[in-house]
Design a binder for this molecule. Structure first.
Ligand code: ATP
Ligand code: ZN
Length: 284
């Protein structure tokens, strides 16, 4: 039994999807120019598809699981389950208007022509806000629609906003925050579910490792209690005596989110020679 995973053939999610598999210790045999490739050291087969088609293939069971943007999952509304947030491909689906226009809230959209590749999500938003507007579905380069007179407003994916800016538009309102997720087909059989669990365990270890850093520092023994209280560690920090009397070396793991704050407090508490080392895998 092998698990079948659908990923984007080429585009914004392809490289990060392949990288995550590689970091999870999964080697992919033959090249990615084909429709299909097999992992050589894990029971996983890869299918390379257009992102828009991935929810359908997973619903049909052609693939058991897929890596795809939440925006596509919700737009396609297929019978698939979101099983895990992968943490890459972050973007938002936003309305954008001409940069000179003042957007006054959702009522601004009433009676307007909206160009988008996400008609379902836009229509849901309009319904929720009780607004009637005209949706023009276009599959690419949505941002040029106002310039050529095709629409008054666009609703498109944004990450930095530079594409909007270059087209004389400004972001007005976000309707969805999105990232790449792992979807699975409903009612995955037991063997497939077990392989998925092994895969998720590896992905989680990679993600945890990225969020955390290994820290080594030297501390005067007089300040050890204070320094240890700043460093939670996985259980508690490791403390080893240095050759210099009265000094210890302290080792611990700290989370990226409060990294700089902790480093500053450690320095204030007398820590010296602070080394910060990346962690490759983290198994708890
Ligand atoms: P395909 O050929 O597979 O249909 P595509 O052109 O529809 O590709 P891409 O532009 O490669 O799609 O984007 C794939 C996904 O990357 C999007 O659905 C979205 O989830 C994510 N993404 C992240 N940032 C952005 C961004 N700035 N613009 C568009 N998509 C983004
Ligand atoms: Zn697409």
């Amino acid at each position: 039994m092998r698990l079948k995973l659908a990923i984007q053939k080429s585009g914004r999610l392809h490289d990060d999807s392949m990288k995550l598999l590689k970091e999870s210790g999964i080697d992919i045999g033959n090249g990615v120019n084909k429709l299909k490739a097999d992992a050589t050291n894990f029971p996983l087969d890869l299918f390379f598809l257009r992102d828009d088609d991935i929810p359908q293939y997973v619903e049909d069971g052609v693939a058991d699981i897929g890596f795809v943007g939440e925006n596509v999952v919700y737009e396609k509304a297929k019978k698939v389950e979101v099983a895990y947030e992968l943490g890459f491909g972050k973007c938002r689906l936003s309305f954008a208007v001409n940069k000179n226009e003042s957007f006054t809230g959702s009522s601004f959209l009433a009676g307007k022509k909206i160009a988008t590749s996400y008609p379902v999500l836009v229509q849901n938003y309009l319904n929720k806000n009780n607004i009637k507007a005209e949706i023009h579905e276009i599959s690419g380069s949505v941002e040029i629609a106002p310039g050529i007179g095709l629409a008054d407003v666009v609703c498109d994916l944004v990450s930095s906003g530079s594409t909007l800016f270059m087209n004389g538009l400004k972001e007005a309102e976000t309707i969805l925050h999105s990232q790449a997720v792992l979807i699975k087909k409903a009612g995955l059989d037991k063997e497939a579910a077990q392989i998925l669990e092994r895969l998720l365990f590896r992905i989680e270890s990679v993600k945890k490792a990225k969020r955390n850093k290994y820290v080594l520092l030297n501390a005067p023994n007089a300040n050890l209690d204070k320094i240890i209280s700043l460093l939670p560690g996985m259980k508690s920090p490791t403390v080893v005596a240095l050759a210099t009397p009265g000094w210890s070396s302290v080792h611990s793991v700290i989370d990226e989110s409060d990294f700089w704050e902790i480093i500053e407090q450690l320095k204030l508490a007398g820590a010296e020679g602070i080394l910060v080392v990346p962690i490759e895998k983290m198994i708890l």
